[in-house]
Ligand binder design. Structure first.
Ligand SMILES: Cc1cc2nc3c(=O)[nH]c(=O)nc-3n(C[C@H](O)[C@H](O)[C@H](O)COP(=O)(O)OP(=O)(O)OC[C@H]3O[C@@H](n4cnc5c(N)ncnc54)[C@H](O)[C@@H]3O)c2cc1C
Length: 416
C-alpha cells in the first residue's frame, strides 16, 4: 500500500522510517478495516504485524471446526461485503478467504514480522515513535488494532506444574482427533470451552468441563432467526432489561433450566452483563444436548491439579490424560503502548463504546469495543473520517502559512 515512506535513515545505527499517514499496529480484521476506510478517504497507512500473515488470530490460533458465532450480516467489514454464496454462519476458512480478498481488494500490504515493542508520543516533535525489533517508525497518528484477544490468558491453577500429561491453551487446539479416546479436563465454559468439549465428544474423547462461575447460555437461534439479530432488533424499541427478560424467557422455554445441569445463570441479564463486564453469553451450537446426555460432564471448580488428574471443590477426584485451558485471552496494549493513560491496566480503553475510538495526540483504537466485528466497523469508519479531516486541515494550514511543512524534514525529538 502506498504509505509513502519518506526516507529510511541510519540514526545511531538504528533504522528509522518516517511514515506518511497513520501507523496501524495489527493486521487482524480491525487493522484491515481501518486501513481500507482510510484508503477510501484518500489517506495512506502502514500496518505493522508481528506475525507473517494477515488475521493471524484466525489463521494460527483457532480450532478447525470454528464458524463465526454471529450471522454473516453482523461480521462484514466496511466497504466490501461477503460473497453471496457464503452460508449464514461462515466457517473460519471462508472468513479467512474473505479477509484475504479484502486485503487484496484494497491493496493492503502490511509489514510482517514487525513486533511492536514500544510506542511513545514525543512531545517535542508531536509525533509517535513506534519501535519494532528492527526499525523505528514515526508518524503523526497511531492506530492500535492489536485486539482484545492478543495473548492467551493463563490462570494460576494450584498444582498444574505437577500434571504429567499435556496442558494446552485453546489457542493451540486444532481438533479433537488429537485427543481420541482420552479423558480431557476442559477448564472454562465460554464459547470456546463449550465448542471444544463438543468437538472432543465427536472424536470419542470424554470431556469434563470446569464451570467455576455463573454463565448465560442462549440458543444460537430463536424461531429460525439468530438470537443476536433478534436482540439487536428489539433493542431499537425496548429497554435493555426488557430485552434480556424476553431472551431469558424464550431460552428457558427452549433449553430448559440450565441451573439443574450445573450451569448457574448470573442474576444480571445477558446483554446487561455483556455491557457491564464484557462477558459474552454462550451461544449454544450443540454442546448443551451433550451435557444433558452426560457426554460432557460438568465439574465444579478445580481445587488442585495432581500428577494424574484433578481434585475438585466438591471433593471429587478424577484422572485425566490431558488438560485444555479454555480460559480466554487478554489485550497486550499495556506492554508496549507508553506515555498514554487512555487504556486501563487490562489494556482496554477507559472510555467505553461508542467513545473508545479516539485518544489524545493522534492516538486511535479500533476493535476494543467488546462488540465484535460490528464494533470494529463502527470504529474504522469514524477513525478514517477523523484522520482525513485532520490531514486536510493540516495541509490547508500549511498552505496558508507557507512556513510550517506538513512533515518536517528534520525532526527534533525529546531526549530520552
Ligand atoms: C473464537 C472466536 C470467535 C469469534 N467469532 C466472532 C464472530 O462470529 N463475530 C464477531 O463479530 N466477532 C467474533 N469474535 C471476536 C472478534 O471479532 C475477533 O476476535 C476478531 O478477530 C477481532 O479482530 P481484531 O483485528 O480486533 O483482533 P485480532 O484478530 O486479534 O488481530 C490483532 C492482530 O494484532 C497483531 N498484534 C498483536 N500484538 C502485536 C504487536 N505488539 N505488534 C504487532 N502486531 C501485533 C496480532 O498478531 C493480530 O494479527 C470471535 C473471537 C474469537 C476468539
Amino acid at each position: 500500500m502506498g504509505y509513502c515512506k519518506e526516507e529510511e535513515e541510519e540514526e545511531n545505527q538504528a533504522k528509522c522510517l518516517r511514515v506518511h499517514g497513520p501507523i496501524i499496529v495489527g493486521a487482524g480484521p480491525s487493522g484491515l478495516a481501518v486501513s481500507a476506510c482510510l484508503k477510501d478517504n484518500g489517506v495512506p497507512s502502514l500496518i505493522l504485524e508481528r506475525s507473517d500473515c494477515i488475521a493471524s488470530s484466525w489463521q494460527e490460533r483457532t480450532y478447525d471446526r470454528l464458524k463465526l458465532h454471529l450471522p454473516k450480516q453482523f461480521c462484514e467489514l466496511p466497504l466490501f461485503g461477503f460473497p453471496e454464496n457464503f452460508p449464514k454462519y461462515p466457517t473460519k476458512h471462508q472468513f479467512i478467504s474473505y479477509l484475504k480478498s479484502y486485503a487484496t481488494h484494497f491493496s493492503i500490504e502490511p509489514r510482517f514480522i514487525q513486533v511492536v515493542q514500544c510506542a511513545v508520543f514525543d512531545q517535542r516533535s508531536r509525533l509517535w515513535r513506534v519501535q519494532t525489533q528492527d526499525c523505528e517508525y514515526i508518524s503523526r497518528w497511531l492506530i492500535v488494532a492489536t485486539g482484545e484477544n492478543a495473548e492467551p490468558a493463563i490462570p494460576e491453577i494450584p498444582g498444574i506444574e505437577r500434571f504429567q500429561g499435556p496442558v494446552v491453551h485453546t489457542s493451540v487446539y486444532k481438533s479433537g482427533s488429537d485427543f481420541k479416546n482420552q479423558r480431557v479436563l476442559v477448564v472454562g465454559c465460554g464459547n470456546s470451552g463449550m465448542e471444544i468439549s463438543l468437538d472432543l465428544c465427536r472424536h470419542h474423547a470424554t470431556p469434563h468441563m470446569v464451570v467455576r462461575n455463573t454463565v448465560h447460555i442462549l440458543p444460537r437461534e430463536m424461531f429460525g432467526f439468530s438470537t443476536f439479530g433478534i436482540a439487536m432488533a428489539l433493542l431499537k424499541w425496548l429497554p435493555l432489561r426488557l430485552v434480556d427478560k424476553f431472551l431469558l424467557m424464550v431460552t428457558n422455554f427452549t433449553l430448559g433450566n440450565t441451573d439443574r445441569l450445573g450451569l448457574r445463570r448470573p442474576k444480571t441479564g445477558p446483554l446487561e452483563l455483556k455491557n457491564a463486564t464484557g462477558k459474552t453469553p454462550v451461544l449454544d451450537v450443540g454442546a448443551l444436548s451433550h451435557i444433558k446426555s452426560d457426554k460432557i460432564k460438568v465439574m465444579k471448580g478445580v481445587r488442585e491439579i495432581t500428577k494424574n488428574g484433578a481434585k475438585f471443590m466438591d471433593g471429587q477426584e478424577r484422572e485425566f490424560d490431558s488438560i485444555i485451558l479454555a480460559t480466554g485471552y487478554k489485550s497486550n496494549v499495556p506492554c508496549w503502548l507508553k506515555s498514554s493513560d487512555f487504556f486501563t491496566e487490562e489494556g482496554m480503553p477507559k472510555t467505553p463504546f461508542p467513545n473508545s475510538w479516539k485518544g489524545e495526540n493522534g492516538l486511535y483504537t479500533v476493535g476494543f469495543t467488546r462488540k465484535g466485528l460490528l464494533g470494529t466497523s463502527s470504529d474504522a469508519v469514524k477513525i478514517a473520517r477523523d484522520i482525513a479531516a485532520d490531514q486536510w486541515r493540516r495541509i490547508k494550514d500549511c498552505k496558508n502559512t507557507c512556513d510550517s511543512p506538513y512533515y518536517p524534514t528534520k525532526i527534533a525529538f525529546t531526549k530520552s
